[in-house]
Design a binder for this molecule. Structure first.
Ligand code: HPA
Length: 274
């Protein structure tokens, strides 16, 4: 983070605090096809991304996205309805700007969600996968550049990017709600093309159970700032290519929408437990 980035984050946080003088302790990022959780929030205040100073400007027409402030399970949260992907052409600093902003607003625990392609042959479309670890080597690291030592270390440890205690709680919540969950390693890639057969094979051989175009940069930025992260993938397609296995964005969104109520139940349970 450069000094000017820190200044921008502070100014944006001050701008928000003028209208919403609370400190949400939980941040939630809603991934592709996963917007309904926002209907469960008792909304106190919300902002269009376009109206937030220094916030990246959305590239998707008619979908500017909202930053939502309110209560979920009685806890103050801030939720991003719509995230920024590296494949849209943003600099990696812009992709993680909202996560850093959340830290400046007081967030201690970050929940991330995404749609992902399944690589583990025992998975099926519609499964939920708790991310236990990630492979981020195929994307740009958001910490490249000057480091502000007061915010986080130059070489942050990544031995537990996804907090084990949150994973344990999530598994317990899923069990009590009779929701089946998988666990696995998420490989972050840039996209936007889906992977070729050879790429899916490579990622699976490298130890990944699922692949997607988001999340890992946000996780690294959050861990750097000392936040606890929990992330859940919806397996929206089976990446491992058999004959005639063509993957479309529509199929990804449809599968995400169908699995979303289960994801929402787990997030709500976790927020309640913190
Ligand atoms: N690959 C990459 N990203 C994805 C996929 C996939 O198969 N499905 C949903 N997001």
């Amino acid at each position: 983070m450069t000094e000017s980035q820190i200044r921008n984050l502070q100014q944006t946080a001050d701008f928000i605090k003028k209208s919403y003088p609370h400190n949400p302790s939980v941040g939630i990022v809603l991934g592709s096809g996963i917007g309904n959780l926002s209907k469960e929030i008792d909304i106190e205040f919300q902002l269009d991304y376009a109206s937030i100073p220094e916030f990246p400007v959305s590239t998707v027409e008619g979908h500017s996205g909202h930053l939502i402030f309110g209560k979920l399970e009685g806890k103050r949260i801030v939720a991003m309805a719509g995230r920024f992907h590296y494949y849209e052409g943003y600099e990696v600093d812009q992709v993680v700007f909202p996560v850093r902003l959340m830290k400046f607003l007081g967030v201690k625990t970050l929940f991330l969600s995404n749609a992902a392609g399944g690589l583990n042959p025992s998975f099926k479309v519609g499964d939920l996968m708790i991310i236990t670890d990630h492979i981020s080597l195929f994307t740009v690291n958001p910490l490249i550049g000057p480091n502000a030592e007061i915010f986080g270390p130059r070489f942050p440890d990544m031995s537990e990017p996804y907090k084990k205690k949150l994973i344990q709680k999530a598994k317990h919540i899923a069990e009590t709600k009779n929701i089946q969950v998988r666990e696995g390693v998420y490989a972050g890639v840039t996209g936007p093309s889906f992977e070729s057969r050879a790429e899916y094979r490579l990622l699976h051989m490298a130890g990944a159970d699922a692949v997607g175009m988001s999340t890992v940069q946000e996780t690294i930025a959050a861990v750097h700032l000392g936040m606890d992260v929990f992330a859940l993938s919806i397996i929206t397609d089976m990446g491992i290519r058999e004959e005639e296995n063509i993957i479309t964005h529509e199929e990804v969104l449809t599968a995400a929408r169908q699995a979303e109520p289960r994801l929402t139940a787990i997030f709500k349970g976790l927020v309640a437990s913190i």
